[in-house]
Design a protein around this ligand. Sequence first.
Ligand code: GDP
Ligand code: IMO
Ligand code: MG
Length: 422
Amino acid sequence: MANTILVGAQWGDEGKGKIIDVLAERSDYVVRTAGGNNAGHTVFIGPQKYVLHLVPSGILWPGKKCVIGNGVVVDPVSLVEEIEGLQALGVKVDGNLFLSECAHVVLPYHRLLDEQRELRKGRQKIGTTKRGIGPAYGDKAARVGIRMVDLINPPRFEALLRQRLRENNAVLRALGARPLSFARVHAAYRAAGDRLRPFVTSTVMLLHEATRRGANILFEGAQGTFLDIDHGTYPYVTSSNTTAGGACTGSGVPPNKIDHVYGVMKAYTTRVGEGPLPTENAAIADLLHGMGREFGATTGRPRRCGWADTVVTRHAVMVNGIDRLAITNVDGLDTVETLKVCIGYRHGDRRYDYVPADAAVLAECEPVYAEFPGWRTPTGHIREWRKLPAPCRAYLKALAELSNTRLAMVSVGPARDQTIFL
Ligand code: GDP
Ligand code: IMO
Ligand code: MG
């Protein structure tokens, strides 16, 4: 398989983990390039469920090389826990995982600040995962971050942490929160740094060597297009570039080494956290929650649900250059009588065929729907495109066409083999 970027085409949780797991079979490297442990990627191998937060999902294939790139923010204590959890399940991590020396470190003050900012926003809160992601990227941009290369250098880490805690404790006190103890943070993060030291390397050089040898690289997107700091529904977004460009800046692999961009979307829409969701619908949320689905993989929060929105996915195709579309969770709609698909927005006298930048305008947009007959029969056992019910094929083809891209893959269940290639 050629070098491929995979991104979420909606608001995250599109089923990227499952599709990455399927595509990883034909890849040599799987690379995370943005976000942190706000991500939760679910993969089933047989009955065993894995939820990956920082470690690329390729780790579940023996021998695949997995890279956490420079664009990721890493909470070292949480990464150590994740590695140990995988090892306890018999997954080989040592020798297969590489961690960028340039990745920024998420520290406890980032988490506390995340929490405090959300509290202060009150009803305007973003609904973050409270993993400290925003403040960590904020420090990176403000050039006061601590990187992996600093964490694994004990005297330097000690000095930097002292300095950073002085400033952050003053801020925390001013906000009425409890300051952090240097000794406690230092001990926990030094220990995590020691444990992670063998994984830390120049992943830019590693990936450069890999591309020179003709290895196949799969870039594992996290979050989704509309959580992108530039292209998402700001301020209801995460703090990184979750779109395709972020795969290059977050790894050091240049754009002219990329062959394909896969977009993953659900056959309907979900969003966890606050912010506009034009096609939100209570009936579809009840249906999916009633099936025990659509609860967050990281926070366990119920996800908001709605009809498929091709204004959103068309916009995603445009900003990511998606040339292959994977549609997941098709089986979730097996019982629906009539399906609605949003094909445009109405806002007062104005029509939109793209996602307006102003989140307040988007929140007021009225979806314009097309209707499709449901198939009303189970699809989870089907393995061939032509065996899908005709209304199902028509619905999926319409989603791809309205999104301006080519349908390449359909997923009818969480398992590896519940996948149909076109
Ligand atoms: P990610 O963050 O994009 O990797 O997605 P999550 O793992 O957070 O959420 C997607 C959920 O959908 C997970 O529970 C997956 O196991 C599940 N899933 C993925 N594809 C399918 C599918 O085609 N059908 C069903 N029923 N579940 C799926
Ligand atoms: P995966 O990779 C869905 C959402 C949060 C919140 C906003 C900002 O599993 O698709 P943050 O903690 O990043 O500051 O939160 O972004 N969010 C996600 N929603 N899937 C994710 O990741 C998400 N990562 C962050 O719910 O609305
Ligand atoms: Mg997820």
